[in-house]
Design a protein around this ligand. Structure first.
Ligand SMILES: *[C@@H]1O[C@H](CO)[C@@H](O)[C@H](O)[C@H]1NC(C)=O
Ligand SMILES: *[C@@H]1O[C@H](CO)[C@@H](O)[C@H](O)[C@H]1NC(C)=O
Ligand SMILES: *[C@@H]1O[C@H](CO)[C@@H](O)[C@H](O)[C@H]1NC(C)=O
Ligand SMILES: *[C@@H]1O[C@H](CO)[C@@H](O)[C@H](O)[C@H]1NC(C)=O
Ligand SMILES: *[C@@H]1O[C@H](CO)[C@@H](O)[C@H](O)[C@H]1NC(C)=O
Ligand SMILES: *[C@@H]1O[C@H](CO)[C@@H](O)[C@H](O)[C@H]1NC(C)=O
Ligand SMILES: *[C@@H]1O[C@H](CO)[C@@H](O)[C@H](O)[C@H]1NC(C)=O
Length: 389
């Protein structure tokens, strides 16, 4: 099988240029990397929006994302969608409300929280939700969705729906009359991201001001304060904080992590048995590699705001290319429970001779490998670790 021809063909489809490692490395644009930082955002009264999905990142069929900045008072209006939403607040503060669908029809649980840097939210498919920027800076958040074709601008929303409903239907549905509808909803506006008054009440006052619904009585919380969580790994190579189903139980079908790679550090070479991985570089510069088929090793350099991708089962790694600056990365997965196998862990669990035969090396090679026991390790170049078994 001619993997290079297949790869070339795939790349023609994607309109990109790539070469395999064996054909000579060097910088290239890859199927599994997106220079998202170079793509413009759209501006709305309440803030800015841009998306990454299969339309502008063909390598990513399983996960899409949006990068949203809300100014103080800027509102990502009430909306819902088939995809689950998992978001990480990059900076600033915002306030979000989600309306659940379970329970007594007169008592739909709702939840409202303020979200600061490093906080997460998760919304189940089609739960109505909204987000508003708070003073003084508003907020910027990265939202991931477990559907590679999704664009939040195509989400169903309150304003998009009301602006299409016949006034008499809306009047009857809302228990008012057509003249009230005509007088107040006449503009028929799909607002998407409007600008409102800046919230100036505390979260408790705000919750108490809800007109109809009980609040804060959900069974599973939609917020997880990832930045405050205990790290799954923390050493001089960096740290990793995870929010899988175990840490954030509501998030059963999309999950994520944030990690730091210290200068010279690396996220161990590994793969996920059940998960596709979507990577966002907050800051720093990383060198990433993805192994998707025999003979093909795709490499890219990603900077702040860029995106990388590792299909389910594909081997991958991320390494810091800076001698002085750490790199911070957000990962999003299209499933809840974490699964992964690290390369040294795999090699460390068969006899040296099996590894030597497998790789056509002398036994001296597996003997010299650093076997790593912690499956979420951040690797420090040159660190000697104990062999697992
Ligand atoms: C939601 O998913 C269903 C299939 O489960 C599909 O028929 C429907 O069109 C989707 N809705 C939207 C708005 O994409
Ligand atoms: C917030 O985060 C975004 C994305 O990382 C970045 O572009 C922006 O400069 C940040 N804003 C502030 C005020 O730090
Ligand atoms: C419509 O409802 C408003 C507010 O309830 C009321 O003031 C008004 O008289 C009603 N108009 C008609 C035509 O019923
Ligand atoms: C709070 O904001 C409202 C508008 O939403 C405004 O009417 C009110 O004066 C503000 N209160 C204070 C104390 O700023
Ligand atoms: C990571 O960065 C360090 C420091 O510049 C460098 O020595 C190392 O080679 C880099 N690792 C990779 C895999 O590029
Ligand atoms: C990089 O991002 C991390 C995490 O958001 C933050 O703590 C750090 O201050 C940022 N560094 C720079 C240089 O912006
Ligand atoms: C294994 O390596 C040796 C050289 O050490 C080489 O002669 C041999 O062809 C290799 N075997 C395979 C299957 O590539």
């Amino acid at each position: 099988m001619d993997v290079y021809r297949i790869l070339f063909f795939k790349c023609l489809i994607a309109g990109i240029v790539i070469s395999s490692a064996q054909q000579g490395s060097g910088e290239r644009t890859a199927l599994y990397a997106q220079k998202w930082s170079a793509m413009p955002s759209e501006t709305f009264p309440g803030g800015t929006y841009k998306y990454s999905n299969i339309a502008n990142f063909p390598g990513s069929p399983a996960i899409s994302a949006s990068l949203v900045t809300l100014v103080p008072g800027g509102l990502r209006e009430l909306h819902w969608h088939n995809a689950s939403e998992w978001a990480y607040v990059l900076n600033g503060t915002c306030r979000s409300t989600v309306i659940e669908s379970t329970g007594d029809a007169a008592q739909r649980p709702t939840e409202t929280w303020d979200f600061a840097t490093g906080d997460l939210w998760y919304f189940r498919p089609n739960e109505a939700h909204m987000v508003q920027g708070l003073a003084p800076t508003g907020c910027t958040y990265l939202a991931g969705y477990n559907d590679g074709a999704f664009d939040d601008k195509r989400a169903l929303s309150a304003s998009a729906w009301l602006s299409t409903l016949p006034p008499e239907i809306l009047a009857q549905g809302l228990g008012t009359n057509a003249s009230v509808v005509d007088a107040n909803v006449a503009a028929n506006t799909f607002t998407f991201m409007p600008l409102g008054p800046v919230p100036n009440t505390t979260i408790d006052e705000y919750r108490a001001s809800f007109a109809r619904l009980p609040s804060q009585d959900v069974v599973l919380t939609h917020r997880y304060q990832l930045a405050n969580a205990a790290p799954a790994a923390d050493n001089s190579g960096g740290w990793l904080r995870k929010a899988g189903t175990r840490q954030f139980p509501i998030a059963t079908d999309i999950s994520g992590a944030v990690f730091k790679i210290a200068p010279g550090g690396m996220r161990q070479i590994h793969w996920h048995t059940t998960l596709t991985e979507w990577q966002f570089i907050i800051n720093g510069t990383v060198r990433v590699g993805v192994f998707t088929e025999p003979g093909v090793h795709e490499e890219s350099i990603l900077g702040p705001g860029d995106v990388g991708y590792a299909p389910k089962g594909a081997g991958h790694w991320l390494a810091n290319t800076s001698k002085t600056e750490p790199a911070y990365i957000i990962l999003i997965f299209d499933g809840g429970p974490f699964t992964d196998i690290d390369l040294p862990w795999m090699l460390g669990n068969v006899p040296y001779q099996v590894t030597a035969t497998t790789l056509n090396t002398t036994v001296a090679f597996p003997e010299a490998v650093n076997y790593v026991e912690n499956a979420d390790i951040m690797v420090v170049t040159g660190t000697q670790l104990e062999r697992a078994a």
